[in-house]
Design a protein around this ligand. Structure first.
Ligand code: NAP
Length: 290
């Protein structure tokens, strides 16, 4: 078997066209959806991510502002900025790019973002709403994965076993919740899981969110499984310096039915869902103003 490659760029283009139409309709009604992106420090990967996010906003006609703060910014100053963005009527979504420098508490930053502008879906209110099946803002990477599943005809996962490797608040946990809401039977694996391969070989849908290059190998995958690779890992220069996922793409392609590549898979869908969440946030603010 050679797996079908799920093209995240192509699906993103399709979804972003739909978002651009909705943005222009909102603009005609006098509201321009706006996103604020905050970056603290000089992390090179984060700089690329925020640039891509701001550029994506412009392409669908959204307003965006980028706040670049030096690494030595105090937590108090960052929180003051977040509070000013909470109060800014031209900003509907706020994204603070993580990681932030160690002297700043991510939890405190997340809790300070208004739940109505939490387009990253990290606020405890957003996590709780997802847990009880009434999601408002869902973390962008997992929701992008669900769009990809829907696009290959797997919107309802009744009778399927989904296995998620990783339990972060950003990816693993919300991913598992979304799969559960789609009626899958869900297993969450992590560093304490015994015999990981025995778990992953049961998966009809396997999501890898580990942060280890080519961690999932062909022998860990059930023939015909759908494999979604969330990982973004840069190989050392001695191995070519390329970006690779958490899945050994070549090996696993020979076993799976569908697979997402890295780059060009889950990554572009993550940014697309950020745009979608910003649109939702703008609608929410408009409905509250009525
Ligand atoms: P994270 O917070 O570091 O979480 C990694 C998870 O993997 C943890 O739950 C950890 O278990 C688990 N893990 C580590 N080693 C393991 C092992 N040997 N066996 C089983 N589980 C293991 O990372 P994250 O934020 O979820 O991100 C995961 C990856 O996705 C990273 O490569 C990141 O760069 C990428 N990512 C990509 C996008 C995108 O847009 N494509 C977005 C976000 C993240 P413990 O909890 O037990 O430590």
């Amino acid at each position: 078997m050679t797996a079908i490659r799920i093209d995240g760029n192509a699906l993103s283009t399709k979804v972003r066209e739909r978002i651009a139409v909705d943005v222009s309709a909102m603009k005609a009604g006098g509201i321009t959806p706006g996103l604020a992106v905050v970056l603290v420090g000089e992390d090179p990967a984060s700089q690329v991510y925020v640039r891509n996010k701001v550029a994506a906003c412009a392409k669908v006609g959204m307003h965006s502002v980028m706040h670049k703060l030096p690494a030595e910014t105090s937590e108090a100053d960052l929180l003051a900025l977040v509070k000013s963005l909470n109060a800014d009527a031209s900003i509907h979504g706020i994204l603070v790019q993580f990681p932030v420098p160690k002297h700043i508490s991510e939890e405190t930053v997340i809790a300070t973002i208004s739940p109505d502008k939490d387009v990253d879906g990290l606020h405890p209110d957003s996590a709780g709403a997802l847990m009880i099946g009434e999601p408002k803002f869902v973390s962008c990477t997992p929701s992008g994965c669900m769009e990809m599943l829907a696009d290959i005809g797997m919107k309802d996962l009744r009778g399927k076993h989904a296995v998620v490797i990783g339990r972060s608040n950003l990816v693993g946990k919300p991913m598992a919740m979304l799969l559960l809401h789609a009626n899958a039977t869900v297993t969450i694996c992590h560093s304490g899981t015994k015999d990981l391969g025995a778990m992953t070989r049961q998966a009809d849908v396997l999501v890898a969110a580990v942060g280890r290059a080519k961690f999932v190998t062909a022998d860990m995958v059930k023939p015909g499984a759908v494999v979604l690779d969330v990982g973004i890992n840069r190989l050392p220069e001695s191995q070519g310096g390329k970006l690779v996922g958490d899945v050994d793409y070549d090996g696993v392609s020979a076993v799976a039915s569908y697979i997402t590549p890295v780059p060009g898979g889950v990554g572009p869908m993550t940014i697309t869902m950020l745009l979608q969440n910003t649109l939702v946030a703008a609608r929410l603010m408009a409905s509250k103003a009525d």
